[in-house]
Design a binder for this molecule. Structure first.
Ligand code: SAM
Length: 213
């Protein structure tokens, strides 16, 4: 039990839950008292501008969106507000413990019903085929051991015209863009709404024309 608690603390710290800047490499801090939680969210929002991520995803009420590596849900709350009341955010993570913290954060905002939590394996998106308007990878793709294979799998989960949005720290950009290119994704737009992070919007590769071998 003590070992599990220690692991969770280490994970939250590794995810960027530093009290001094609230952002770190991931910006997902621990969910503690409600005043602390509100301050943490405020700091995260000013550092990451999540409204720009929501805009890039092109989601609206009723959309179905996946938040990959959602962590404790600092971004997920914004996605949930955008798709509520009749849409869904599927929040995935390899760590079930952080998804418990995410659930508390979403419940405190009255958004628990909008979010489905899903613990996934490290090598697979864990998403059903043809079901998503958008898939968000925020500060997570650098963890994948085979990013190209992961992205190819993820394109199967998109609805026609759906988007994959990758946002990460600037120093991860070359690797992210190269993996997306190798996976055949088509870059639609790119922005840098804060100096630390890029947001790149992709669509699936065009379907091969009939009869083409
Ligand atoms: C740096 S945090 C990012 C949290 C949030 N997306 C954000 O941008 O603030 C990275 C999260 O990705 C999760 N993660 C790492 N590898 C993963 C994988 N292969 N699939 C899904 N989640 C993963 C970690 O457990 C952690 O919660």
């Amino acid at each position: 039990m003590r070992h599990a608690a220690l692991c969770l603390l280490l994970l939250v710290a590794a995810c960027g839950g530093k009290k001094d800047n609230g952002g770190g490499e991931g910006g997902t801090g621990a969910v503690s008292g409600s005043a602390d939680t509100a301050r943490e969210q405020q700091r995260f929002d000013s550092e990451r501008k999540p409204e720009k991520v929501v805009e890039a995803l092109g989601i609206k009420p009723g959309s179905r969106v996946a938040d990959i590596g959602a962590g404790t849900g600092l971004l997920t709350v914004h996605l949930a507000r955008a798709v509520a009341p009749n849409g869904t955010v599927v929040a995935t993570d390899i760590d079930g413990a952080v998804l418990e913290l995410l659930q508390s954060r979403l419940a405190a905002q009255g958004l628990a019903d909008v979010v489905e939590r899903r613990v996934v394996g490290a090598e697979t998106p864990g998403l059903e085929a043809g079901a998503y308007d958008a898939i968000l990878l925020a500060e997570v793709d650098h963890y994948f051991s085979d990013e190209v294979a992961w992205l190819k799998d993820a394109t199967e989960a998109l609805k026609p015209g759906g988007r994959i949005v990758i946002s990460n720290r600037i120093h991860h950009r070359p690797r992210s863009m190269e993996a997306a290119r190798k996976a055949g994704l088509v870059l639609q737009s790119e922005s840098t709404p804060v100096p630390t992070h890029f947001i790149a919007v992709f669509t699936a590769p065009p379907a091969p024309s009939p009869g083409k071998k």
